[in-house]
Ligand binder design. Structure first.
Ligand code: HEM
Length: 212
């Protein structure tokens, strides 16, 4: 009987828009919880606002002090290609040769020690007729260390000194860390015939003409 009465009371209370006395405490707790969560979320949003303002302040201060938005930083992380991973391509040498800068509608690729880089952003250097156009569409690693831009356009690194090999690695790093260039894949290089002659150094002093 008792439980029937309390059900009736609850129904009546609900009908009249009143809360049963036993639920009043719960309702109070709910309001309290809502208030608490609202105040904690507004605290978070003020922290976020403060942080965003601080970041904007840093950019503006950088621009005013260094004339650049990133405190003079010009490295690879300003290039979105370093943030967005892309599928790396595998080229044959013939495929790579199609990106040698002769076609103005195509990207320009070059390779150093088998790594292929997109250097389209440097078109003035790497297009046909550009100062370094001979590097485009191929792996001419040897020429990067010797400067023999006619006879060393090859990936044959035999006979180079430690320093010269270091110079080639230096250029690979240059392209890897450049703010505008980025790696697109690798090239499968023909093996070098170990019996073929090592390319001659173009910087060798020319033998003096024998005086007659
Ligand atoms: C082993 C010898 C050399 C190699 C492999 C080499 C390679 C290069 C490459 C790949 C670039 C293009 C850089 C880019 O993509 O931003 C470049 C630019 C340049 N190189 Fe060379 N170079 C050599 C020697 C020289 C020499 C001896 C000089 C000067 C007499 C020179 C003067 C320049 C200049 C002025 C630029 C343009 C730089 C710029 O405007 O940012 N290079 N070099």
């Amino acid at each position: 009987m008792d439980s029937n009465n309390s059900i009736k009371q609850r129904k009546n209370g609900a009908r009249q828009g009143q809360e049963p006395s036993s639920l009043k405490g719960q309702a109070f707790n709910k309001t309290d919880a809502v208030k608490k969560s609202t105040s904690s979320s507004s605290a978070w949003s003020s922290v976020l606002q403060g942080f965003l303002l601080f970041v904007v302040f840093l950019f503006l201060a950088s621009y005013l002090i260094t004339d650049t938005w990133f405190w003079g930083y010009k490295g690879k992380y300003l290039n979105y290609h370093h943030w967005v991973p892309r599928k790396q391509l595998v080229f044959t040498q013939q495929e790579l040769a199609q990106y040698d800068g002769t076609d103005p509608t195509k990207n320009i690729y070059l390779a150093v020690k088998g790594e292929v880089f997109d250097v389209t952003a440097g078109r003035p250097y790497y297009a046909k007729g550009g100062g370094y156009g001979f590097f485009s569409g191929r792996d001419a690693s040897r020429a990067y260390s010797t400067g023999c831009f006619q006879t060393h356009l090859t990936h044959d690194l035999r006979g180079l000194t430690k320093d010269q090999l270091g110079a080639v690695d230096g250029w690979a790093n240059f392209y890897r860390n450049h703010p505008k260039y980025f790696k697109v894949g690798t090239v499968i290089l023909d093996p070098i015939d170990p019996h073929s002659p090592i390319p001659e150094d173009c910087n060798k002093p020319v033998a003096a003409k024998p005086s007659s």
